[in-house]
Design a protein around this ligand. Structure first.
Ligand code: IPE
Ligand code: IPE
Ligand code: MG
Length: 253
């Protein structure tokens, strides 16, 4: 009965004004497991289902870029057992999902210090990225061993080296050229950032790229997220007025 009264958000989406890029801080797996008296890893495993649901919802709607924060530079400080379980889960999931990515024409991409991942993960990831590189429907980017400050630090060093080697002039350094040195050089900035689990923080995610991103915070824990939630968040996004520093009258002229 309850189902009947639910809003059909999917039908309310204006397909001509979709966010091109949605970024997600997938949080709350540990608490979801704890609520069920299970180990944290159980939450991570169930989080994969939400990854699939959100990826499907975005691809089917026509979102071109989806970026998922899967493991931060700070997450290395978690108990070793949890870190290794997450890495195992990553290898297993990539292996299992690669066919689905191919079938759905989705390109896999990664941002972060990928070379710091265990060899097995690194190889599985690079293989999947290589195999899906010609897919065109959507780019699914996993942020792995990703930290925005590490990304910006790396960009500074590489830019400095390029100046020293005469590849670029100091006068050429500007917001557009800085972009080229970030992991996200080939991805537009996200229009929408979603964070689950009732936390209101950015946790070192895409600091440069979210300058004008719309934020949605939900109390739902990551494993509870389904396709309907994605449609609802896209509707919420479409109901906002993005002014980019201007005034309302300038936008609606
Ligand atoms: C998000 O869930 C997954 C990762 C950060 C890898 P958490 O593991 O942070 O879950 P909580 O926040 O402890 O509930
Ligand atoms: C952010 O979640 C990182 C990922 C989702 C991968 P955390 O659970 O690590 O963030 P904090 O520690 O609560 O800020
Ligand atoms: Mg967390």
């Amino acid at each position: 009965m309850e189902e009947k009264n639910k809003t059909d958000y999917k039908s309310l989406i204006d397909l001509s004004r979709l966010p091109k890029h949605i970024a997600v801080i997938m949080d709350g797996n540990g608490r979801w497991a704890k609520q069920r008296g299970k180990a944290r890893v159980f939450g991570h495993k169930n989080g994969v289902k939400a990854v699939r649901a959100v990826t499907e919802a975005c691809a089917e709607t026509g979102v071109e870029y989806l970026t998922l924060y899967a493991f931060s530079t700070e997450n290395w400080n978690r108990p070793a057992l949890e870190v290794s379980a997450l890495m195992e889960l990553l290898v297993f999931t990539i292996g299992r999902e690669i066919k689905t990515l191919q079938k759905n024409n989705i390109r896999l991409n990664a941002i972060g210090n990928i070379d710091s991942l265990p060899n097995k993960c690194n190889l599985a990831l690079k293989k999947a990225i290589e195999e899906t590189r010609n897919n065109t429907r959507m780019t699914l980017t996993l942020a792995l061993s990703y930290g925005s400050r590490e990304e910006i630090h790396r960009a500074f060093i590489r830019m400095y080296q390029d100046v020293q080697e005469g590849k670029i002039a100091v006068e050429d350094i500007n917001p557009e050229s800085i972009r080229d040195y970030l992991y996200t050089y080939n991805i537009p900035d996200p229009e929408l950032l979603i964070r689950t689990s009732g936390e209101y923080r950015v946790s070192n995610f895409l600091l440069w790229q979210i300058a004008y991103t719309e934020f949605i915070f939900t109390d739902k824990l990551w494993p509870e997220i389904d396709k309907e939630d994605v449609y609802e968040y896209i509707c919420q996004f479409q109901n906002r007025e993005r002014r980019f520093g201007k005034i309302s009258e300038q936008i609606n002229r």
